[in-house]
Write a protein that binds this ligand. Structure first.
Ligand SMILES: Cc1cc2nc3c(=O)[nH]c(=O)nc-3n(C[C@H](O)[C@H](O)[C@H](O)COP(=O)(O)O)c2cc1C
Length: 368
């Protein structure tokens, strides 16, 4: 059990927002695989939402299987953020998250995203306006600060706790860092120590159950939020829960199980976005599953031009035949083709600062 303001959650693991990726089909896949409870949408512009802009409404599209749901808002105009939060409450959203971490110029220029970390008083007033206007929990997601000279997250977290936020999500990097370098666990710990009662949820580079455990152990955080690691491995939540409870690592899902979940993801994409658009969007999703298939060049080359589900099935059939050459008599990848385990940046030797095992997905948000 995890208490988030008035909400009781069944897991202390969370899905982080990944703009362009954490849409309804992906959230449903993650929920079906299990181990997660509160999932978050991509960031949504508060003004677009109150204007009922169709694109903004599509971003918050949900259904009864997608519960409990948090919607992440960005914006810097207090009245707009307040009205958007009230609208979300009125349609049954479980909690509202405020984006204070986005380093993208377009978002910071208007005072949203990471820019909110630089003006605490103004930010606190905006957040208070939202907290006072709704009964559902309001949370904040931030980075450690603007740059190394301005690690403002602990101070900001304390100020936000005083105005009533229910939890803080913190990505252990600065805005200036983008995605380079390692995640700073001591920086997250400083946020945990700065607040009085509310939970702090650690985030960044968690790609394995062991990394999640290290995040808990070394920061004292109450929960862990996972973004890219969930895209690599939708099983990460359920495996982490099991590892935390028993100390045992469940076996990696077999190839057939990975394919089953990938196919399910495609069906949900077609259901939510229509077959044509869903297949186009799936072109950037399928290669993520394929990262754990072993040799997959033949699959990737074709799937990035995907047009229909029937074509997907053909691609899969051909790929299975081609992949057979890399398998032993038990149907397992021969040792030469087995994948090395993934390592979080903060699990590496200190002198190795470059993160190589967890790429940043392509898209408009490359410098998140
Ligand atoms: C493609 C992409 C899109 C992202 N979109 C958002 C977003 O909409 N809102 C947000 O707060 N963070 C966003 N982030 C940051 C992630 O939520 C998360 O803080 C970061 O990726 C570190 O966690 P991870 O290593 O588990 O992915 C995005 C990151 C990526 C790579």
């Amino acid at each position: 059990m995890f208490r988030l303001g008035s909400l009781e959650l069944k897991s202390n693991l969370f899905l982080s927002p990944l703009a362009g990726y954490t849409n309804l089909p992906f959230r449903l896949v993650i929920r079906e695989v299990g181990g997660v409870d509160l999932c978050t949408t991509d960031l949504v512009n508060a003004r677009s939402l109150i204007e009922r802009n169709p694109k903004a409404l599509k971003l918050i599209e949900s259904n009864e299987r997608d519960r409990p749901l948090a919607v992440q808002l960005f914006g810097a105009v207090p009245e707009e953020m307040r009205d958007a939060a009230q609208y979300l409450e009125s349609i049954g959203v479980a909690s509202v998250d405020i984006n204070m971490g986005c380093p993208v110029r377009k978002v910071c220029r208007v005072g949203g995203g990471s820019a909110m970390m630089t003006e605490h008083e103004k930010t606190a007033a905006l957040v208070k306006g939202m907290v006072d206007a709704v009964k559902i929990p309001v949370t904040a997601k931030m980075r450690l600060g603007w740059d190394d000279e301005n690690l403002t997250a602990p101070d900001l977290a304390r100020v936000l706790e005083d105005v009533g936020v229910a939890a803080i999500f913190v990505h252990g990097r600065t805005r200036e860092q983008g995605f380079s370098g390692g995640v700073n666990l001591a920086g997250i710990r400083a946020v945990v120590q700065a607040v009085k009662h509310i939970p702090v949820i650690g985030n960044g580079d968690v790609t394995t159950p062991q990394a999640a455990k290290k995040m808990f152990d070394e920061t004292g955080c109450a929960g862990v939020s996972i973004g890219r690691g969930a895209f690599y491995n939708p099983w990460i939540f359920t495996h982490t829960r099991e590892f935390l409870a028993t100390g045992e690592l469940p076996p990696e899902p077999a190839f057939d199980e990975r394919v089953r979940v990938m196919r399910r993801h495609l069906d949900l994409m077609a259901e939510v976005f229509g077959e044509t658009h869903g297949c186009t969007m799936f072109r950037k999703v399928a290669p993520w599953y394929a990262k754990r298939f072993g040799p997959a060049s033949v699959f990737n080359k074709r799937v990035v031009q995907l047009k229909s589900r029937a074509e997907f099935d053909e691609i899969l059939t051909d790929y299975r035949q081609w992949r057979a050459q890399f398998l032993d008599e038990k149907g397992e990848l021969t040792p030469r083709y087995q994948l090395p385990p993934m390592i979080a940046s903060f699990e590496r030797e200190p002198e190795v600062t470059q993160r190589t095992s967890i790429p940043v997905p392509k898209g408009p948000m490359e410098i998140w």
